[in-house]
Design a protein around this ligand. Sequence first.
Ligand code: NAD
Length: 492
Amino acid sequence: PTMAHSKALLVLENFIGGKFVPCSSYIDSYNPSTGDVYCRVPDSGKEEVEAAVKAAKDAFPIWSSKSPLERSQILNKLADLIEHDLEEFAQAESKDQGKTITFARTVDIPRAVHNFRFFASSILHHVTECSEMPAMGCVHYTSRAPVGVAGLISPWNLPLYLLTWKIAPAIACGNTVVAKPSEMTSVTAWMMCKLLEKAGKSWVPPGVVNVVFGTGARAGEALVCHPDVPLISFTGSTRTAQRIVERSAPHCKRLSLELGGKNPAIIFDDADLSQCIPTTVRSSFANQGEICLCTSRIFVQRGIYSEFLKRFVAEAKKWKTGNPSDPTIDVGAVISKEHLEKVRTYVKKAQAEGARVLCGEGVDPLALPPGNQKGYFMLPTVIAEVKDESCCMQEEIFGPVTCVVAFDTEEEVIRRANGVKYGLAATVWSRNVGRVHRVAHRLQSGLVWTNCWLVRDLNLPFGGMKASGIGREGAKDSYEFFTEVKTITIKH
Ligand code: NAD
């Protein structure tokens, strides 16, 4: 780019030891709804990660010795600051990620605020264990201490939401952190650093939160391989997680891995379709289908299959795709040109295999406003009659595409729902309480929602089984992950 051009771009800097530090090279970041480069993100490597880890290590003694109450007050203040700028954050998230302004305003940013408030509160309520052994004259108890410098790596689909879901518990427990957001969506993390700087040193000691921007291959791996980072909390794809496990193995690091999904919705013939259909459209297409919890395999019991399909497609067609900053729009842009191509390829493969595309991609016209012609848009797409072995039913697509198939019996649908490598979130629709419990128990899935979707209590464990992850996050689970436990025995 020319000088004049580059001046107009937003240029991010790393936040290390409480200061903004420029980087020697940068990556272009695109606005997915226009296809334009609008921001430059530091392309950090070993050197920058080294500086950030050092700052975090230096800050650890002071931060870890603060009381939970002191740390809690700081987390609450950070929540207030983000909330105060909620609209600015929402606009930035929508522009950077392609998601609708409505989703950013109502889900992403409020949840980021809530993540800080939630852990500010929950950190005050943990108690450790105690066990007496009178015959031996002994009492045992456990104590918990922060681990040290936590490495936090997050994806592009829910940028600030997922990053703060890691930063909040990590610092609440007394760790200091080096965070690396996705190189495709770094802006809101940088804005959060601006707030930390604005809040001042006396308030959050420099080095408690460090953010290093860059790619997974350079900045991410440098963090994963750093000997002074004993734990890594990662959310992203299963493939990247495999690489992280491999690269961190020489250091035997503590890992929390939140990965992909291929989530089934099971709809029995006694389901309340007036609730089920709009919720399943939402669970398929919310955030352009770019949520790890999105439904992508819908199993419908034979007796209601054709009625379901008709009503489901009609409902999906009501979702408006277009300029994400228009508050009436339901589906924004997908993250990148490459990702859009990948998602489209799945639809083409399904067609080649003989499946039917009932609406969306290649079937309905997509009219975009003049400013969005080069954006990465795709209509909500429903595919029927896909074989269970098809890549569309086995692989995570992570876009606005969902497959609908018929089933006959409970036994059969459990087997088919479990017949993928993933195990993150499942949805069951039935009015039969006994059946709901039975099916929920037998599904290989870290989360099962019945007659609803995405209703979360942050107190309870979140995470997946099989290729969807290792470990859980939540009030107690995150506390356990971000602290080291010790058993102490006293003989009296
Ligand atoms: P990704 O794995 O490509 O990247 C995630 C993060 O890891 C990014 O910050 C990236 O830069 C970094 N990274 C990439 N290679 C790395 C390496 N070798 N070492 C260290 N870091 C590396 O994932 P993505 O495409 O950004 O996100 C989409 C994926 O995330 C989907 O599979 C989705 O299901 C998953 N996801 C899971 C959850 C969950 O809670 N289970 C939530 C959201 C997204």
